[in-house]
Design a protein around this ligand. Sequence first.
Ligand code: ATP
Length: 366
Amino acid sequence: MKIVLQNLTQIFPSRNKKGEEVVAVNDFSYEVPDGKLVALLGPSGCGKSTTLYMISGLQKPTAGKIFFGDDDVTELSPENRGVGLVFQNYALYPHMTVKQNILFPLQNMKGKDRLTKEQMLERAYEAARLVQIDELMDRKPSELSGGQQQRVAIARALVKMPRVLLLDEPLSNLDARLRLQTREEIRRIQRETGITTVFVTHDQEEAMSISDMIVVMKAGVMQQSGKPQEVYDDPTNLFVAKFLGTPPINVFRGTVKDETLYIGEDAVMKVKGIADADVYVGIRPEGFIVDPNGTLHCKLTSVEVMGRDVSIVSKNDAMVSPTIRSIVDADTAIDTASETVTFSLKPHKVFLFSAETEERLYPEVE
Ligand code: ATP
């Protein structure tokens, strides 16, 4: 079931006379493809939860429309949309067992949808098996780990066989190891069920690792959408470039003069078709090659060996980032006693942005 979001806008009124209204989501249009897992990604306050709540029906949009398949669901209540919701805090009923928690949504179904007791149990065990907690059905939530509680919450969301699964920061309360494990689980469950899923997170690594598509948001406005690798390789503006990637992209102040890009005094590369202007230069950590004959000269701070790779930390007067971090192969010969390090650059890992608008500038490919 595809989800179509058409010009969705959510404006919250001001709380006092002087205050300004909050435009939490601004003219957001996107189509979540059938059976895919899409992450809404962005910093705190960018409007991703509000977007999810509008899809769920918990919040009514100020303007715009929402379709599930060809059905306009904009005016439907959450119960009538067929959505499964999972939140950051698992919101399980503490006095009920795992089984009772999972059964609860089925027991509340009315009319023709109502199942027999046997059918309910069958569905509850099916959902529990899917998230691998069928051994824990008689425990209370307090007797489970955080990861197990989150699985119960997912089983409870899936038991009604929703048309759409919506997850709001479902991994935030888990420790680092469980986060990794649970995110793999969510991916597996999503693949097995083929259920169209929207996942909200501020963690770019999480979004990149499990999503078919990501949608990057800032201040209520969609910045870019696409497959994770495509967005990483081809960011549309400085915000998206900085938001994706660990270690983050290295940003420098630069100048373009006569189709040559300068970082400080260093003429680092040709940029055909770019007019003379001040720019930001973003270089991915993997975009540097240690090269004594290279074009970019930096002051060497430290060299950190990380097994397969080496991380070179350096400085440059034109840098905007606090340090420059480049990742090179462990076999690379580096003179650690030297005070300087010189790099040549991989052109496809170097991005130019207008210093004025922070939008990407695209040199002509020769
Ligand atoms: P976080 O990751 O911190 O949850 P988010 O990207 O999910 O952030 P939202 O919760 O969607 O962001 O909030 C978007 C903006 O709307 C924020 O500025 C927030 O303060 C504001 N906002 C959210 N809910 C309301 C509300 N009920 N009334 C007024 N303003 C709200």
